[in-house]
Design a protein around this ligand. Structure first.
Ligand code: WTA
Length: 648
């Protein structure tokens, strides 16, 4: 068991929301929360139906709230809607039209603010460009961009014309892009020459060029000039963003789309090597992200809100763009690294824009702790009133540091549990209501009905560790894995005969009904809050000539949460150090920098059962440097264990 989980098990501190926060909160009492939650459980149709009518703008009202059981529930059938309209047009007839929608800061220090009206104008223009390029409703568009305003404009323009965007995080390799292009059959790629990261240019266009050698569906590429780096433009395939935008019409209505029209695909790692194309549709996703962000972040109209995620991950989709903009909030978007030009950059941004709500990941918090208290202490953080955490369990030590150093002991912390698949936050404190316990994501949001069950699907008593499931459908759940509905059913629903959604996380619920997430129970790693499949890294390794066999496991890592340890059986006799570097480079090239192995250990054999299955639990113990107290009687060759330990 990791130290973090060990300390979570001993945690019994409670932090009650400050009275002043509660007095002004949207959901301001336990009774109010209970009432909402009960209605969501007993009568989801009424609960979500009323919200959909009140909170979303419909071109045509829906006929039914939900049709069909999990996993194939259809939401708001008969309705016509558009996500870009929800985020932009609806605000233009209100005082918000000249309110900042996005405040952007580039890593080199430039800033750009787009009001709702200005963002609307840019989105309409780029939607016209998409029309001109022949992108039609239902087409897929790949977006591979740095964190610049054009990324937000591109995604909202896709939503406007009904094209399904597939955003790929800038840290992925050419192979990862072509796999995703092919799986989605993308017609267009939108990219930039490059982006800035710690003062260096990260080349993007050249990576796209390489990916297009293997992406036959892609016809055209649009390129934003960001760094001014040297790139190649292929005639009749590649177009500059600024050229296309010059004469584009700003008069482009949002296309009315069916409620279940596919809004986006986002690839995430599963327990097999092939990434899963999680598909989200329009109305349910917009309702879920709008409501969850309103409840959890308790937005006020005067708030400046900053989510530090990259839009290439689901957190950026739901909580930089769709959720905040649907609520008419001012959302900050920062391009670069937290430690550039120095370790105070995030706090400088908070001070500069007087940020009120700050949402980040535990891995970042652990880095801040390491860099030292002097960095946040140099800046005025008194504007902050609410802090959030997402992506992995937050260890109580990090929680306390966040609470004291960043929150000045006055800001509630919302530890939000959710997944790419769930579309939006599922379990989280309500900042004005729920007393926080460091390390627990506390209670389900209204409309969310989780349970902790054993392998047989039987609900467990308080404090027994088990599997986290959802017992009811919710509007913003994934609809399918793109092009592979069978895998969708198999991955999330087959374990409990279609009755429950299985999240892949282990968890327990304490005597107060608080959830404590214990981490993944499948072969998915959570490295710096990013999901990676061990199989994906294994297949990258064995695709190299020097590797005979490989097994990849995670181990507790101070900064990353989980580190990547690769056990490799090399082919023949080879000089070890050189090969290590070669293999590290190879994995980076195959998957991307986010999958860089932390340890490569060579071994003559892997521990296997007599039936030939790799004993991963054993490898995990070895990687973590733990004594193993597991049953090794099924291990085929007992001497391997000793050898593996010595290698470490
Ligand atoms: C983990 C990110 C503990 C979990 C939004 C989940 C968390 C996976 C938390 C999803 C949290 C996310 N506490 N664990 N607050 N939030 N996780 O799809 O294992 O990138 O299954 O979505 O991250 O990662 P994903």
């Amino acid at each position: 068991m990791s130290d973090a989980i060990e300390s979570i098990l001993q945690e019994d501190r409670k932090f009650v929301p400050p009275a002043e926060f509660t007095a002004n909160a949207l959901i301001s009492s336990e009774e109010q929360y209970q009432q909402m939650w009960q209605l969501g459980k007993d009568d989801p149709e009424k609960f979500w139906g009323d919200l959909a009518k009140e909170e979303l703008e419909w071109f045509q009202p829906f006929d039914s709230v939900m049709e069909g059981d999990m996993p194939d529930t259809k939401w708001f059938q008969g309705g016509k809607i558009n996500a870009s309209y929800q985020c932009l047009d609806q605000h233009l007839t209100t005082w918000r039209k000249n309110k900042a929608a996005l405040i952007w800061e580039g890593e080199p220090g430039e800033t750009r603010t787009l009001t709702y009206q200005e963002l609307h104008r840019e989105v309409c223009k780029f939607a016209s460009v998409l029309d001109q390029l022949g992108v039609e409703k239902g087409d897929r568009v790949t977006i591979y961009m740095p964190m610049i305003p054009e990324l937000a404009i591109a995604m909202l323009a896709c939503a406007r014309v009904g094209a399904t965007h597939s955003i790929i995080f800038g840290g992925f390799s050419a192979d990862a892009i072509s796999d995703r292009n092919n799986d989605a059959q993308s017609k267009l790629v939108i990219t930039a020459d490059g982006g800035w990261r710690r003062g260096k240019e990260i080349a993007l266009k050249s990576t796209v060029d390489e990916s297009l050698e293997k992406s036959s569906s892609v016809e055209k590429v649009v390129v934003v000039r960001r760094t001014g780096g040297d790139i190649e433009m292929v005639p009749d395939r590649d177009y500059w963003w600024h050229d296309l935008m010059e004469n584009a019409s700003a008069d482009r209505e949002a296309t009315p789309l069916d409620s279940e029209h596919p809004l986006f695909i986002l690839y995430t790692s599963g327990s097999t090597g092939k990434p899963k194309g999680v598909l989200h549709t329009t109305a349910g996703y917009m309702l879920g992200t709008k409501m969850s962000s309103k409840w959890v972040f308790d937005y006020k109209d005067e708030d400046t809100y900053w989510c530090t995620a990259d839009i290439g991950w689901v957190t950026g989709h739901s909580y930089i763009i769709y959720g905040p903009l649907a609520n008419g909030v001012t959302s900050v978007m920062y391009e670069g690294a937290p430690n550039w030009p120095d370790e105070g950059r995030f706090w400088e941004v908070v001070e500069k824009y007087r940020v009120n709500i700050f949402y980040t990941a535990p891995t970042a918090i652990r880095a801040f702790i390491k860099w030292g208290d002097q960095w946040p202490q140099k800046y005025d953080l008194s504007s902050l009133r609410l802090l959030g955490s997402v992506g992995e369990p937050i260890n109580p030590e990090a929680w306390m540091w966040y609470h004291k150093l960043i929150g000045g002991e006055r800001c509630p912390i919302v530890d939000t549990w959710w997944q790419t698949e769930t579309g939006g936050i599922m379990i989280s404190p309500l900042p004005g209501v729920t007393p926080a316990k460091p390390g627990s994501c506390t209670k389900p949001l209204p409309g969310v009905v989780p349970a902790i069950v054993n392998e047989e699907g039987k609900e467990l008593e308080a404090n027994q560790g088990g599997l986290l499931v959802m017992t009811q459908p919710w509007p913003h759940m994934l609809r399918t894995l793109y092009g592979d509905h069978e895998r969708f059913i198999e991955t999330y629903f087959s374990k409990f005969d279609g009755k429950y959604y299985f999240a892949g996380d282990g968890a327990r619920k304490d005597e107060d009904g608080y959830y404590w997430i214990m981490g993944r129970v499948d072969d998915v790693l959570n490295v710096s809050g990013h999901r990676l499949s061990t199989m994906e890294i294994e297949s990258a390794l064995v695709s190299h000539d020097l590797v005979a066999e490989a097994a990849v496991v995670g181990y507790p890592h101070d900064l990353k949460g989980e580190g990547i340890c690769c056990f490799v059986i090399p082919k023949g006799d080879i000089p070890i150090d050189e090969v290590k570097n070669t293999l590290i480079k190879h994995v980076r090239h195959q998957i991307g920098a986010i999958a860089t192995p932390d340890q490569i250990r060579f071994t003559p054999a892997l521990p296997k059962t007599r039936s030939g299955k790799i004993m991963r639990r054993l490898l995990k113990d070895i990687a973590a440097g733990r004594e193993n107290n597991q049953d090794t009687s099924t291990l085929e060759d007992q001497s391997i264990l000793e050898k593996l330990r010595q290698e470490g």
